[in-house]
Design a protein around this ligand. Sequence first.
Ligand code: F6P
Length: 341
Amino acid sequence: MRVGVLTGGGDCPGLNAVIRAAVIAGAQRHGFEFVGFRDGWKGVLEGLTTPLDTERVRPLLAVGGTVLGSSRTNPLAVEGGVERIRKTLAELGVDALLAIGGEDTLGVATALHEAGVPVVGAPKTIDNDLSATDFTFGFDTAVQTAVEACDRLHTTGASHHRLMIVEVMGRHAGWIALHTGMAAGAHVTLLPEVPVDLDEVAATVREVLERGEAPLAVVSEGAAVGDAEVTTGAPLDAFGHVQLGGAGERLERELAQRIPGLSSRVTVLGHLLRGGTPSAADRILGTRSGLSAVTAIAEGNFGTMAALRGTSVVQVPLSEATGVLKTVPAARIAETAGVRW
Ligand code: F6P
């Protein structure tokens, strides 16, 4: 059996751990051969490959990013995309695909499975917003990196009696902000899932300052801060258009209007959260995902992905993972509601 492997969408710590485990276990346990497709579905569409064998993958466990490269190419949006994929697989003698990715990549895998292409998935995203799995690898590393940054920012903030605003990734789901805020002891944590009451945020910031402490605010990039109706004071660009900035910047602007003399700084962590070596937990989850995926291929259990359920990694239908994002549930939000740290 010859297995093609690809990584799609935004990269994430732990991708190489999946590739390593799948290739080593696939070769040893099942006698599989592997070929890497470069840059996600683009590589499968265009037949762009890279060799993938045990020797190449052995040193990859702790390496960040993906050795296969990634892209956001969606073959379903390309004329004749599915047929081109079938053609590449036939030409290269690839019998099965392992697609490692998030919502978009696995959405394509689901459609290909429905079209008869033998494919299994491994879910990844630092955002942790994929349904059907409790956690995705990459998330733990992202939160750890964000918390380290917050700890550092908090000490400089304290020296200058400043509000430090830290913007983290998470366009649609606030998992990174929620966990970072909790682990870093943030006084304010804003998620896309919860409407933002700027007056309440200002009251909290004032209270922390009055106690003689430096407030820390963790803001998801997708938090609804300073939307259209609350952009008063936003700078204008050369064409007179309002420059909204990111959620962190918008929060700073809104608070400056509510708290005279407030000193604040904004740090956007952005792609810092996606880079670097994976945490131990993400190396383990990535490895378990790769092991589960090759077992699924050996058993002909196509159209499934490796999901973490409690402490077990099990194969679940790909269709369960795509279509609806896993946002932070109301029960998690209620746990801390009204508590002023
Ligand atoms: O989905 C992962 C993610 O890192 C999001 O948190 C973020 O909004 C987005 O990707 C950034 O994408 P890009 O790397 O294309 O800027």
